[in-house]
Design a protein around this ligand. Structure first.
Ligand code: FAD
Length: 532
């Protein structure tokens, strides 16, 4: 198989003739091309005159070696290589009990999938409900403002990302990423995530994928239990001996993957109380910004905005302030909605999601400023949690104490006055919004950095500082406020506990959390032998 990179097709070509471009590039007649697949598809919008799709294609050709020789020296033509996931060899230690996985977010599900596939029959315990029940409970929260602290946007089957854009972009460069994408496709995700430069699934399809993953784990001998919260751990000789479920039931356990996500505040507290080494870590806080999607399309695609096949545009922006603070956009959701993502009573938390079609009228993105343990005002391991809680509660109060979120127009935010009236951008946050002054629920340095950043971003994405764009507060759960220490074998300071994923502080986003879950499962496999 040959890999051919850099095949550029103008986005104005309604039916891109990839075959013709491939034949021309290779300089072969059609009879010598036996077939081809897309390995990667990206977008090049750097030129003012034209936007191009840029393809990497894998081609089966006659006389491959001769053709390679002919193109020797042309770096855009090479032999195709595929990363194949290598299963680790099982270890020798006997495992007295089934491995337990706490949490069914991407880290827990992928750890579970790998352990199930290799014969360890894992037991997955999830505090929230199954995805169908959870979807109904969350919809009720968004309609009526009744929060269920046990089952919400953070807790339940699929974890925090179930009600998300399902963006699968990641900054990590790990061979397991391809395995993660392939497994997601096997469970129902669209095939293009394997090659598209900005892969995304959408919350609608993700819910189905999550369910299929659960079914695959159970088919392979694993078990998944919902409404099953780990409320305590039993230890002896500095090793895990057992778990307590829902405050009553005792479960003997030797190995437990702690994939509890970044919002399991009670679980973090429990770990600290039981002497597991946990420390604070930096994260970011800020707001969601909403623009009309058409404005972003025009800013990014110019005269090509709205062209069929181009899809809604996105952006990714960063600003470094002279005082050392940084602001950046994060988790941008084209054609999406801003969601109420609280998990604790008395707090307002925002985030964003979209469906596969990404066809909503607004674009939204988190607009965040980095904060560090020095900002938390306390050295307690959970000082970051308290810091988040403080701003979430202020936002709750400002919103009207009914989970309505405080919002402010960008023009008013920049001018330092509370908003009194919405403009052309209709906020998508449910159950509702209250016009406010967001400086009352954010640290002053965050407000100052965001003001500077918005002005700078407007020069990069024309219209970013649109006076009627809407800011919704507060976004506090961008990543974990803690890191649960683990050694080179992925074990916590209490042996047998394996912290994994975002909540443990080792991942940020769906793919990296999934990869971390795989790494932890590999560590367990390489130490213990499968169950008899
Ligand atoms: P989580 O997904 O948080 O899963 C942890 C699970 O553990 C939860 O289901 C929780 O209920 C369970 N749990 C916690 N404590 C216990 C306990 N004591 N006992 C039993 N179960 C417990 N990332 C992206 O890459 N792309 C996106 O587009 C994207 N959009 C997002 C949109 C929203 C609205 C949110 C909230 C997040 C989004 N993210 C996105 C972030 C992404 O969801 C997380 O990075 C990812 O889910 C982290 O995976 P995880 O497995 O580490 O933890």
């Amino acid at each position: 198989m040959l890999r051919v990179t850099g095949i550029k097709i103008p986005v104005t070509d309604k039916v891109p003739d990839l075959q013709a471009a491939l034949l021309q590039k290779l300089g072969i007649p059609p009879r010598d091309l036996q077939g081809f697949t897309i390995y990667r598809q990206s977008l090049d919008a750097r030129s003012r005159e034209m936007i191009y799709w840029v393809y990497t294609l894998d081609a089966r050709v006659k006389n491959e070696s001769r053709l390679l020789k002919k193109h020797a020296g042309d770096k855009t033509i090479s032999r195709a290589a595929y990363p194949v996931y290598q299963f680790v060899k099982p270890g020798r230690e006997k495992l007295p009990h089934r491995p337990v996985i706490i949490g069914t977010g991407p880290a827990g599900l992928f750890a579970g999938l790998l352990l199930a596939r290799t014969g360890y029959r894992p037991l997955l315990l999830e505090r929230g409900a199954d995805v169908d029940t959870r979807t109904r409970v969350v919809a009720r929260f968004w309609q009526e403002g009744h929060l269920d602290p046990g089952c919400n946007v953070q807790f339940g089957e699929g974890g925090a990302g179930t009600f998300s854009d399902g963006k699968l972009t990641t900054l990590i460069n790990d061979h397991r990423c391809r395995f993660v994408l392939e497994e997601l496709v096997r469970c129902g995700a669209p095939k293009e995530i394997l090659y598209y430069y900005r892969p995304h699934i959408g919350t609608d399809i993700l819910r189905l994928v999550v369910k299929n993953m659960r079914n695959e784990i159970t088919r392979l001998g694993g078990e998944v239990h919902f409404n099953t919260q780990i409320t305590d751990i039993a230890t002896g000789d500095n090793r895990l001996q057992g778990l307590v479920i829902n405050g009553t039931e005792k479960l003997p356990a030797t190995v437990a993957v702690l994939a509890c996500g970044h919002s399991a505040r009670d679980t973090f507290k429990l770990l600290v109380e039981r002497g597991v080494q946990v420390g604070p870590k930096p994260f970011s806080i800020g707001v969601r910004i909403e623009h009309p999607q058409d404005l972003i399309n025009v800013a990014q695609y110019k005269q090509f905005a709205g062209l069929e096949g181009l899809g809604p545009a996105d952006y990714k922006l960063a600003y470094h302030a002279p005082d050392g603070r940084s602001a950046y956009t994060f988790c941008m959701c084209p054609g999406g909605t801003v969601v109420a993502a609280a998990s604790e009573p008395g707090g307002v938390v925002t985030n964003g999601m979209s469906t596969y079609a990404r066809d909503g009228e607004n674009a939204n993105s988190a607009l965040l400023v980095g904060v560090t343990p020095e900002d938390f005002g306390d050295e307690h391991p959970l000082a970051g949690v308290e810091f988040q809680r403080r701003w979430e509660r202020l936002a709750f109060r400002l919103g009207g104490e009914n989970y309505h979120a405080p919002v402010q127009l960008v023009g008013d935010f920049l001018a330092g006055r509370p908003s009194e009236q919405l403009g052309q951008v209709r906020p998508t946050y449910r159950p509702g919004v209250t016009l406010q002054d967001l400086k009352k629920c954010l640290p002053a340095y965050v407000v100052a950095t965001l003001r500077e950043a918005i002005t700078v971003f407007d020069r990069k994405v024309y219209g970013f500082a649109l006076p009627e764009a809407v800011l919704t507060g507060v976004e506090t759960r961008s990543s974990s406020p803690v890191r649960i220490w683990r050694d080179e074998n992925y074990e916590a300071s209490t042996g047998g506990l394996y912290p994994a994923g975002e909540g443990a502080g080792y991942a940020g986003g769906i793919v990296s959390a999934a990869v971390d879950g795989l790494k932890v499962a590999e560590a367990i496999i390489s130490r213990y032998r499968p169950l008899e």
